[in-house]
Design a protein around this ligand. Structure first.
Ligand code: ZN
Length: 281
């Protein structure tokens, strides 16, 4: 699943390619939008809200309109020069927007809709970690609201704060010294945790390499994510890959990585199963 910083970078790239231009052609390849033609519309702005992406238009037949998309698990937006070969199969394209010699293609988008009320699409989200209106106090309140919930699940809940995906939720649990299954009530200072999330996403918003350790050298960027059976960078204990939650939600969201020494299971933690094949201590 993409992290908020991925969506932020995608929006920046699309904004640079499209903003201020007039669409010369649109080709929606989803049934609900197949007859829509946005040619003549001007692209005012491309912006992220949490993991949602909006292409704000004006001047089309519908006066104000926004293309709302969400990458979900596999989606991506690419920018091409007209005629350039696409880097994904054509049959996975859901929309093609052309403005002069620039072509923006949305592949495998989990959500794709046209809306005149973009605010409604994201009204459920908590404070946007990369938004200009980031609100640490409200994020902390949202986090603390469900004290019994597993921290690893609360951090992924976009209604708590928007922008965290599976990588950051694992890294944040490590930085907090808490097992992903530990209850939210074990977090001593929810505002400090919200600050950590904000700091990490902001630091990585416009860099191609995601780093939480402060060491951007290859292979040293992350504390625990994707590092099962390798030694913890703090204590040397083998990192464990486990599974969190009850089975709802995409499988990739249930995978957790943690150091069993730095992040001991606390009383009140839910069940975490080790994945077979993990030789972690
Ligand atoms: Zn450790």
């Amino acid at each position: 699943m993409p992290e908020g910083d991925t969506v932020y970078r995608t929006a920046a790239r699309l904004h640079a390619a499209l903003a201020g231009k007039t669409l010369t052609r649109s080709d929606f390849r989803v049934p609900a939008l197949a007859t829509k033609d946005l040619s003549g519309a001007a692209v005012d702005r491309v912006r992220p809200v949490g993991k949602h992406l909006f292409i704000d238009l004006s001047g089309a037949a519908d006066r104000r309109l926004s293309i709302h998309s969400h990458l979900m698990m596999e989606g991506a937006w690419h920018v091409y020069a007209r005629g350039e070969k696409w880097r994904r199969p054509g049959f996975t394209a859901r929309v093609v927007l052309r403005a002069g010699d620039t072509e923006a293609v949305g592949f495998d988008l989990g959500v794709l809709e046209l809306t005149a009320a973009p605010e409604a699409a994201v009204a459920h989200l908590g404070p946007d970690l990369l938004g200009e209106d980031w609100d640490r106090v409200r994020a902390a309140e949202n986090l603390a609201a469900d004290a019994d919930r597993a921290l690893g699940l609360a951090l992924l809940d976009q209604r708590v704060m928007a922008g965290i995906g599976n990588i950051y939720r694992n890294e944040l649990c490590f930085l907090a010294g808490l097992h992903p299954a530990a209850p939210v009530s074990a977090v001593p200072d929810p505002a400090a945790l919200a600050d950590s999330a904000h700091r990490l996403l902001t630091a990585n918003a416009l860099t191609p390499v995601r780093c939480t350790t402060g060491d951007r050298r290859r292979g040293r960027e992350l504390w625990v994510y994707g590092r099962d059976r390798r030694p913890c960078r703090r204590c040397g204990t083998a990192i464990v890959r486990g599974s969190l939650g009850t089975g709802s939600g995409p499988a990739a969201e249930r995978v957790v990585y943690f150091c069993p020494a730095c992040q001991p299971v606390t009383p009140g933690s839910g069940p975490v199963r080790r994945r077979t094949g993990s030789a972690g201590r």
